[in-house]
Design a protein around this ligand. Structure first.
Ligand SMILES: Nc1ncnc2c1ncn2[C@@H]1O[C@H](COP(=O)(O)OP(=O)(O)OP(=O)(O)O)[C@@H](O)[C@H]1O
Ligand SMILES: [Mg+2]
Length: 325
């Protein structure tokens, strides 16, 4: 019996030696399997047992197999703690279900738009144009979601890499504004961009930076009831402009103090029943913070329940080299 097995079975190693399997593992099925092998008639078997402890318990996987083929001398019992594996499996399964559901929404909208545009009776150019606008918007949304899922998988595998582009921030915020204006208007949310007259060009991974901003702005609009206000305020801090600070504030449902540190964890969604009614996977902020940190920046939150939240993204504003004309 090795030390790790002793720890998993919650017994002291020196107390284990010389004991029968029945005294170590209470489960009668495991005991029978071991005795069967010792008698020479048993097969290899795998069991999963619940383990109780003061930290909420866990799941142990126990393999029982003959020590040597055709030898009835002994049985090898290995004990593995699969609690974490199970937690990750559950999160992954709910993610797949959630992701599939979310991917379907833009796809359905795209099909409806295409069908409407393909309708022979529909010849009004203005209406057709509107359909194509929606198609373009939904295609981008789909692209973004797939990109987010890929990035998440890359973070998981430790292989997320940044490209470095010269990012023209004016263009980035223009794009964000045109992406979110319709959604804000539909929800009667006032959307304000408070930008300095001149924005620096920074070196960053443009697509990943957009993922981050989309998450923050998307959340602000999602978690703010109709009639509220969302502000994106941008400033450059430091004498020679070293840090780009972007505040995304809303007048929404807010986040309780004890949950504020938790919302950056993968798959975490606040217990607030109002959150449960809104679709989401709980991946957005985990990804956004990871991207900010890979850039040498960070995301922090300040929030008050029922008042609103401010998410602050700061990024080192390494100015891009001015290109020779
Ligand atoms: N602006 C906000 N106001 C209130 N709660 C927020 C806000 N932004 C995030 N939260 C809380 O933090 C949780 C995690 O946010 P995150 O963006 O990671 O996931 P999500 O929005 O639920 O799903 P998605 O993966 O689609 O972004 C949310 O479920 C919500 O409880
Ligand atoms: Mg989100």
């Amino acid at each position: 019996v090795n030390g790790a097995a002793a720890a998993l079975l919650q017994v002291r190693r020196d107390q284990m030696l010389g004991k029968s399997i029945g005294e170590l593992i209470a489960d009668p099925a495991v005991r029978d399997a071991v005795q069967g092998i010792i008698r020479g008639s048993g097969q290899r078997r795998t069991f999963e047992l619940r383990r109780e402890d003061d930290q909420g318990g866990g799941i142990l996987r126990i393999h029982v197999r003959p020590l040597r083929r055709d030898d009835c001398g002994g049985a090898l019992v290995t004990v593995e703690d699969i609690t974490q594996q199970r937690v990750a499996d559950a999160a992954r399964n709910s993610f797949v279900a959630q992701a599939t559901h979310e991917l379907r929404t833009p796809l359905t909208n795209m099909r409806l738009c295409l069908e409407a545009a393909l309708d022979d009776k529909q010849t009004d150019p203005a209406v057709l144009r509107e359909h194509f606008n929606i198609l373009s918007h939904e295609t981008r949304r789909l692209e973004r979601m797939v990109g987010e899922m890929l990035s998440m998988a890359e973070i998981e595998a430790g292989s997320l890499q940044l490209k470095s582009d010269d990012v023209r921030l004016e263009k980035v915020f223009d794009e964000l504004a045109s992406d979110y204006r319709p959604q804000a208007a539909e929800k009667r949310i006032e959307l304000v961009f408070d930008l300095p007259p001149k924005l620096p060009v920074i070196v960053a991974d443009r697509d990943k930076l957009l993922v981050t901003l989309h998450n923050l702005l998307g959340n602000a609009l999602k978690y703010t009831p109709a009639g509220g206000k969302v502000t994106v305020a941008v400033r450059v801090e430091g004498a020679s402009g070293q840090t780009l600070v972007i505040d995304v504030s809303d007048t929404g449902i807010g986040i309780s103090p004890d949950e504020q540190p938790k919302i950056f964890a993968k798959f975490y969604r606040a217990k607030d029943p109002r959150v449960g009614k809104i679709t989401g996977t709980g991946l957005g902020l985990a990804l956004a913070r990871e991207i900010a940190r890979l850039h040498g920046g960070d995301i922090t939150v300040q929030s008050e329940l029922d008042k609103g939240s401010t998410f602050t993204l700061n990024l080192p504003a390494r100015a891009a080299q001015a290109k020779a004309a």
